[in-house]
Design a protein around this ligand. Structure first.
Ligand code: R1P
Ligand code: URA
Length: 279
């Protein structure tokens, strides 16, 4: 519908029932297209995978048939493919709460109904080794973008049917996926207790604080996906892969195969959830 948009004196107008209407600043969608995600009405299926990293959108081509990229704007790269007979979307969220919030709100308005974060994490629990898959039960909330959508005492939980689909699909693929609680934080370095020159003590205090919480892992988007997604009416869940273990101070250098295992399980779960929705 972009052909119906006119730009006059650098202001975008849309033609609505024969009348030219300028783009609203309060609600800056134009002809059903959002201001950030590079897609429009009818482009996306009802289930969407949400990696943080835009490069993981292209990796999804290895697990989805007829995969095509719809476009990229900023950190938001969007593609669509098929797992079996079922269409599955993939949209990168970028790093952290603010860009993830934007993706969720725009996806919900574009008609997506179920979202699965497919991301990396740092394991805190010694039972989780680098490369292990984990199904998220809950994200511990540390504020940020999600606090505008759900009060701090509201728990950020995955939807039971999404969690069940991910666990069952992982099991069928022969993966021993851990059920985990993840702490989501909008800071990768000091916030995740990593030393920064001159801030080593602060980072060490933070890491001790994180360890005392007793969570299984840390990432930067699960809270937003679960809390904002639920607030805007989506079914939500997350399948994570341990890129690193903070318990053993180990890092998975050959990360690609682990990401593909995660994407394959997530794509199967997405197809399962989508066909359940159609019954
Ligand atoms: O693996 P992705 O989904 O990119 O996410 C993880 O990687 C980034 C940090 O390197 C953060 O966004 C973290 O949550
Ligand atoms: O240690 C890690 C690894 C991936 N993602 C994170 O947020 N932390």
């Amino acid at each position: 519908m972009a052909h119906r948009t006119l730009t006059i004196l650098e202001i975008d107008f849309r033609l609505t029932e024969g009348v030219l209407v300028p783009r609203s600043a309060a609600d800056p969608w134009l002809d059903g297209r959002p201001p950030h995600l590079p897609c429009g009405p009818g482009d996306l299926p009802e289930v969407c995978l949400l990696p943080g990293d835009p490069a993981r959108v292209d990796r999804a081509a290895a697990v989805l048939d007829d995969f095509r990229v719809l476009g990229q704007n900023r950190e938001f790269r969007v593609g669509v493919g098929r797992r079996g007979e079922v269409e599955v979307g993939v949209c990168s969220t970028g790093i952290g709460g603010p860009s993830t919030e934007i993706a969720l709100v725009e996806l919900a308005r574009l008609g997506v109904r179920t979202v699965l974060r497919t991301g990396g994490m740092g394991a805190l629990s010694a039972r989780i080794a680098p490369g292990d898959l984990c199904v998220v039960t809950e994200a511990v909330r540390e504020g940020g973008a999600a606090s505008w959508y759900a009060d701090p005492e509201v728990r950020a939980l995955s939807s039971p049917e999404v969690r069940t689909a991910l666990a069952a699909t992982a099991d069928r693929a022969g993966e021993r996926a851990h059920g985990i609680t993840v702490l989501s934080c909008d800071s990768y370095y000091v916030g995740e207790g990593r030393p920064v020159p001159g801030l080593e003590d602060r980072a060490a205090r933070r890491f001790a604080q994180v360890e005392a919480l007793g969570v299984d892992a840390m990432d930067m988007e699960c809270e937003t996906v679960l809390a904002v997604g639920a607030a805007v009416g989506l079914r939500v869940g997350g399948l994570l892969v341990a890129h690193a273990s903070r318990a053993t101070d180990s890092w998975l250098e050959d990360y690609e195969p682990a990401q593909l295992r995660m994407l394959r399980v997530a794509a199967d779960a997405a197809a399962r959830l989508s066909s359940e929705g159609q019954r």
